[in-house]
Design a protein around this ligand. Structure first.
Ligand code: N01
Length: 568
């Protein structure tokens, strides 16, 4: 495995010791927004620690060929500064990783964020000290911080997962994971390549790698649902129109189930309404609606009908449409059959295609069914399955992440009485609002387990949570509160609510990272809160009611906030 940038302890920085108001872990969008909100807006002393050698979080690490966001650029941008919103221009409907990194670099420079960041530094330990009511934090560079508030912005999909295939050290070629891509050119020209995994990362990477590789083996266990991205350059005047009403649009996204709108501007042409059932229209009308959504591209396909994600019969109709589409693009019937998803539509994250299906018509690209013939081991020459060996020069693991809990589990976090967070969560995570955990006072998690996180437009979700946490810290400061913890009843009812929503949803009908089913040995627990708009409504009500469900300096504030209209 190429280990470059795995949080290298490079450079000659001396360890530092500091007592601060807050420490932020992670320099992705959440960490940058947190630093701005706490330091620039509120004047707190803050340090931001980042394992990578640069800012960006997943957008730093996921530098694999073809990496592109599947949320529209104009909805995937920071909102904390109106000047920033007005001055930045995106070039495409869906931005490439390089453009997003350029945007992040611009943010870091514009707000002079780097001076309070420490790169190439990994937080290894955070222990709560009851006497001082502070977190004592240590890094792998020997830094020591004592902080009142610890903000974990470590990201929901940031710890790569590779199944425990034997022989990984024996392989004589290059191995990469899409989520730890090296920051140097990787040339696939004329090489034999295996891409393992066909989720969002694998599909994007394979499509690009297939353009130059001599042979590409795409190793698929499950066919995911894939629709066209229909990416394009920005239309003339498009950005200006959005910028003129950004504040209003952003408020409206806070009220949506996924933190975004399939139409960036309400005045955009109506392609899908999501108002009808797929079962209530004629076959011709249904096909026409699916076709419009297919051509429009992006996750708007979900909205072709109102029940694709909730009714098995509607889901089967979506599968049927996609099967015919795949058969019309892919020449070889057996390959087309294998590429056709069989599981419940939406039970794995929808993927956006920029030439993936068509690539299989080229003789040098081959789909390998590793469900029928599973990977057994890596060898010195390639990948071995029961039926034989695929000799390759490069293996690309697009095998996903230890989602939501992985990055937190890897830090020795100890709260009250020395209790370990990892042990407390061994049977699955427990939290209140996905933001705080009972017994771990003054520790806030952004896009943590049991918050909407990656089930929503994660940038909007991050920023909302960061703002909410910053307001809560204001409240604590204004009341001279030293410690905030979670009421046990509030936490239990939150856990129950998250689980009930998860169990009733399509997300638990497939083996995926939403409930930890993708990682061997991980406790299967639903990891995200379903319904971003509902989540925002609940958080706003909690603020308005003086933070019920929290324990301030040992005094419990009554739990069980009820939110009008915020049902399931
Ligand atoms: O990971 P995944 P990802 N043998 O977990 C396969 C976000 N994201 O990195 O489906 C063989 O989805 C596994 O097979 P199966 C986005 O939220 C966004 O692609 O479990 N194969 C699957 O095909 C996304 O959902 C963007 O049967 C094995 C693949 O590895 C999330 O990140 C881009 C295997 C893992 O797919 C994760 O996406 C990239 C085994 N033993 C990521 N084990 C955009 O914005 C696993 N697999 C576009």
């Amino acid at each position: 495995m190429d280990r470059q940038d795995e949080g290298s302890v490079s450079g000659g920085r001396a360890p530092e010791s500091a007592t601060l108001d807050a420490l932020i872990v992670g320099a992705g969008f959440a960490g940058l927004a947190a630093l701005y909100r706490l330091r620039d807006e509120r004047g707190h002393s803050v340090r931001l620690i980042e394992a990578a050698d640069g800012p960006g979080g997943v957008w730093y690490w996921n530098a694999y060929p073809g990496a592109r966001c599947d949320v529209e650029s104009l909805q995937y941008a920071l909102s904390f500064s109106d000047e920033l919103s007005q001055e930045w221009n995106w070039t495409e409907r869906f931005a490439l990783q390089g453009e997003i990194r350029a945007y992040i670099d611009h943010v870091v420079e514009r707000f002079d964020i780097a001076k309070d960041m420490r790169f190439g530094t990994r937080v290894i330990k955070a222990h709560w000290d009851e006497g001082s009511a502070r977190w004592r934090v240590e890094t792998d560079r020997g830094d020591r911080y004592e902080v009142r508030y610890l903000i974990m912005a470590t990201g929901p999909l940031s710890t790569p997962y590779i199944p425990s295939w034997p022989g990984q050290d024996r392989f004589g070629g290059e191995i990469y994971h899409t989520g730890r891509w090296p920051h140097r050119p990787v040339d696939f020209t004329g090489k034999r390549v295996a891409v393992i995994g066909t989720g969002s990362s694998g599909v994007q990477a394979a499509t690009e790698i297939g353009k130059t590789a001599a042979n590409l083996y795409v190793m698929q266990r499950t066919a995911h649902h894939i629709v066209p991205a229909a990416n394009r350059p920005m239309h003339e005047g498009e950005q200006e129109a959005v910028k003129a009403q950004y504040a209003h649009l952003r408020l409206s996204w806070l009220m949506t189930p996924a933190g975004m709108s399939w139409r960036t501007l309400p005045s955009d042409e109506v392609i899908v309404t999501g108002e009808e059932s797929a079962l209530d229209v004629s076959a011709e009308e249904r096909d026409a609606a699916f076709e419009r959504a297919w051509n429009y591209g992006g996750t708007a396909f979900h909205r072709a009908f109102n029940d694709l994600l909730t009714d098995e019969r509607a889901s089967a109709l979506a599968n049927d449409f996609l099967e015919r589409k795949i058969a019309s693009i892919v020449d070889d019937p057996e390959t087309a059959r294998l590429l056709t998803p069989r599981q419940y539509y939406g039970s794995k994250r929808l993927i956006l295609d920029s030439g993936y299906y068509a690539m299989f018509n080229r003789p040098e690209v081959e789909l390998i069914d590793v469900k029928a013939d599973p990977i057994e081991a890596f060898t010195s020459r390639g990948v071995r399955t029961a039926k034989g060996e695929y000799e390759v020069d490069v293996i690309v693991c697009a095998t996903g992440y230890d989602a939501l809990t992985g990055s937190l589990d890897r830090i020795d976090i100890r709260g009250r009485g020395g209790a370990s967070l990892k042990e407390a969560w061994s049977g699955g995570p427990r939290s209140y609002l996905g933001v705080m955990v009972r017994g771990f006072p003054n520790l806030f998690i952004v896009s943590g387990p049991q918050s909407p996180s990656a089930l929503a437009n994660v940038l909007v979700a991050n920023e909302y949570q960061v703002g909410w946490i910053a307001d809560l810290i204001d409240y604590l400061c204004s009341k001279a509160v030293r410690t905030i913890d979670v009421d046990s009843e509030a936490q239990e009812s939150w856990v129950q609510r998250v689980n009930q929503l998860g169990e009733a949803s399509i997300y638990t009908k497939g083996a995926n990272w939403y409930w930890g089913a993708n990682v061997e040995g991980k406790s299967p627990t639903f990891l995200c809160y379903i319904g971003f708009g509902d989540y925002v409504e609940r958080c706003e009500a909690i603020t308005a009611q003086g933070y019920p469900g929290f324990v301030l300096d040992g005094s419990s504030l009554s739990a069980g906030v009820e939110v009008a209209g915020a049902g399931t």
